[in-house]
Unconditional design. Structure first.
Length: 305
């Protein structure tokens, strides 16, 4: 039994085993022969923040593996959290019903609190701007599948880096692989916290911070765009000030390498012009599909199967 709370908890060996397992899961799903490894298991998904991909891909993953699913969406309103129940009490109860618990919560650190009382494996499906480790895994899987390697890549992260839990979950994995250079592209208001940058410098990470989306575009192998996360802003005025500063436009495709890919954890709102979707380099819908295979592998990993 293993919790999945943060990308930082994994060794390179564990990451590679999970990626290999996800490939097997993909082959199983595509051939209609996915093994029912979770037969007789119950997977609980409790989401205190909205989700389309994470919740539904976890539920699909569980069903493909033969598990049954219990689910609470909009749990801030529709679970007893609305009446003031603590996450600790909710977690204890869910552990008495299900074999594994998937939780999304708006407050950073919630999964650490839940893990202190859990008697079943917990999976972090996103806790505030902190971590979204299963997204990190599916992003890594996507880069490997699309680019054929995880080394010697120029990777640009664009948009709301201040609030991006997906960046914080992918970067620890990419740092296992040599020769990668990272470009953090954002307006000043949405840049990575200085404490985070200090940590990267101390760990010898090769990176540059940029204010212009165009500047290094021709050099990128991966452009990872992120949504400006309205729900993390203190008010509408501060959100409106920055929401449209970084938009990947159809005209940008001309300067992007033919071998490059554009990623986005989704949902995308206004960060990528809709005309870009039809370009084969737009990998974000394939990326979301990969979430199914990766989450199948992660459910098995957490359950020790
Ligand atoms: N990428 C992601 O977490 O999407 P959802 O918010 O739809 O789950």
């Amino acid at each position: 039994m293993k919790n999945i709370i943060s990308a930082n908890q994994f060794t390179k060996d564990e990451v590679e085993k999970i990626l290999s397992r996800a490939e097997i899961m993909e082959q199983g799903v595509k051939s209609g022969k996915a093994e029912k490894l979770l037969k007789d298991k119950i997977v609980a998904c409790i989401f205190f923040e909205p989700s389309t991909r994470t919740r539904l891909s976890f539920e699909t993953a569980a069903l493909k593996l033969g598990a049954q699913v219990i689910s609470a969406e909009n749990a801030m309103e529709n679970s007893s959290a609305h009446k003031g129940e603590t996450i600790e009490d909710t977690t204890k109860i869910l552990c008495s019903y299900a074999d594994i618990i998937v939780i999304r919560h708006p407050k950073a650190g919630t999964l650490d609190a839940a893990a202190k009382v859990a008697t079943k494996p917990l999976i972090n499906a996103g806790d505030g701007a902190n971590q979204h480790p299963t997204q990190g895994f599916l992003d890594l899987y996507t880069i490997k599948k699309e680019q054929g390697r995880l080394t010697n890549l120029n990777i640009g992260f664009g948009g709301d880096l201040l609030n991006s839990r997906t960046l914080r979950s992918l970067l620890p994995f990419l740092r296992f692989y040599e020769g990668n250079k990272f470009y953090f592209i954002s307006p000043k208001e949405l840049e990575l916290p200085r404490e985070f940058i200090k940590g990267l410098k101390e760990n010898g990470v090769n990176f540059e911070e940029l204010r212009s989306l165009e500047e290094k575009l021709p050099e990128l192998d991966v452009l990872y765009m992120t949504r400006v996360q309205k729900e993390r802003f203190p008010d509408e005025v501060s959100y409106n000030k920055v929401k449209d500063l970084f938009i990947f436009k159809k005209e940008h495709l001309k300067t992007l390498k033919q071998s490059a890919i554009i990623m986005h954890p989704l949902p995308k709102i206004n960060e990528i012009e809709v005309e870009v979707d039809a370009d084969p380099r737009a990998a974000y819908f394939r990326q979301a599909e990969n979430g199914l295979y990766v989450r199948m592998a992660l459910l098995c990993y957490a359950l020790g199967l």
